[in-house]
Design a protein around this ligand. Structure first.
Ligand SMILES: [Zn+2]
Length: 263
C-alpha cells in the first residue's frame, strides 16, 4: 500500500477536457480554456488515519441480502457505504431507509448500471440525476458519493459529479465477490488487501432489479454475506476500524489495481 496517502489536494482535481482521464499529468497540456473548470478524480483510498478502512456494497438495495449485510454490520457497530442503483431504490425504498437510519452512507451507482463510456453525456447525467432523485424520494438525503459501474468513470460522469456535488469513489480492494468464488476466497482476498485507507468493493445486490443478474452468479450474494461474517471480526481483532469516505477529506486518487474487473 502506498505510503504517500496523507493528502493529495492538488492531484484530486483535474481539468475538464479530452485528456482529463488519460493521466494525472495530462491536465498540464490541456488548453487554458479547458482548464477553467475543475472536476474531481476517483478516490481509491479513504483519508481517515491509521488502521482505518472503508467497506462499500454496490448494486443494491436487495430485499434479500442488504438486510443480512446490515445485520452483520450492526452486530459489530460498523458503518459502510452502499452504492445503490436507482431502479432498485424505486423497488425497495424501505431497504434504503433502513440503510440510512442505521447510520450508513447511501451513494449513487447510476440508475441501471450501464457502461458510462457507451452513453452520451446527456444520458450519463440522466442516469446520475434520476438516482439522486430516487434516493431523496425515499426521504433519505441526496447522495454525496458516486461510483461508476465497472469503475468506468467516463469524463461525462466526473463533470456531473462536479455539478451535483458528488465525490467519485473507486476502490483499492476487489475480491470479485460478484463472481461467487467462494466465501473463503472472498474473505482471504479482503484480508490480503487490508491496509490503512483501503476501500473494499463488495456487492449486496444485483443491478437491474434482480432481473439482470451478473453472469454466472444468479444474483446470489450469500457468499458476500458469509465472507463479511468471517473477515469483519478478523479485521476488528487486527485493530482496524471502519468509516465512510464522506466523513473525511478526499483521499488518494488514481486507478484501482484491478480495474476494470469490478462491477
Ligand atoms: Zn456495480
Amino acid at each position: 500500500m502506498p505510503q504517500t496517502r496523507r493528502s493529495l489536494p492538488r492531484r484530486h482535481f483535474l481539468a475538464v477536457g479530452a485528456t482529463a482521464l488519460l493521466g494525472l499529468g495530462a491536465s498540464a497540456a490541456a488548453p487554458a480554456a479547458a482548464r477553467a473548470r475543475l472536476v474531481p478524480t476517483p478516490e481509491t483510498e479513504v483519508n481517515a488515519g491509521s488502521m482505518v478502512m472503508a467497506l462499500t456494497f454496490d448494486d443494491g438495495p436487495s430485499p434479500q441480502y442488504t438486510p443480512q449485510v446490515l445485520d452483520v454490520l450492526r452486530a459489530h457497530s460498523v458503518h459502510a457505504t452502499f452504492f445503490v442503483c436507482g431502479d432498485n431504490v424505486g423497488l425497495y425504498p424501505d431497504v434504503v431507509r433502513r440503510i440510512a437510519a442505521e447510520g450508513h452512507t447511501v451513494g449513487n451507482h447510476t440508475w441501471s448500471h450501464p457502461h458510462l463510456s457507451d452513453l452520451s453525456a446527456a444520458d450519463v447525467r440522466d442516469q446520475m440525476q434520476r438516482t439522486q432523485d430516487a434516493v431523496t424520494k425515499t426521504g433519505v438525503h441526496a447522495p454525496v458519493l458516486f461510483r461508476a459501474p465497472y469503475g468506468d468513470f467516463a469524463a461525462a460522469s466526473l463533470t456531473v459529479c462536479a455539478d451535483l456535488g458528488l465525490r467519485p469513489i473507486s476502490w483499492s480492494v476487489d475480491p470479485t465477490d460478484w463472481a461467487n468464488p467462494g466465501s473463503g476466497t472472498i474473505a482471504d482476498r479482503v484480508l490480503a488487501g487490508a491496509a490503512t485507507g483501503a476501500i473494499v468493493l463488495n456487492h449486496d445486490g444485483t443491478e437491474g432489479g434482480d432481473s439482470d443478474p451478473a453472469p454466472g452468479s444468479g444474483g446470489d450474494r450469500s457468499q458476500t454475506v458469509a465472507a463479511l461474517k468471517s473477515y469483519l471480526p478478523a479485521l476488528i481483532e487486527a485493530g482496524y476500524t471502519f468509516t465512510t469516505p464522506d466523513a473525511h477529506p478526499p483521499g488518494r486518487s488514481g486507478v484501482p489495481p484491478q480495474a476494470p474487473a469490478g462491477r
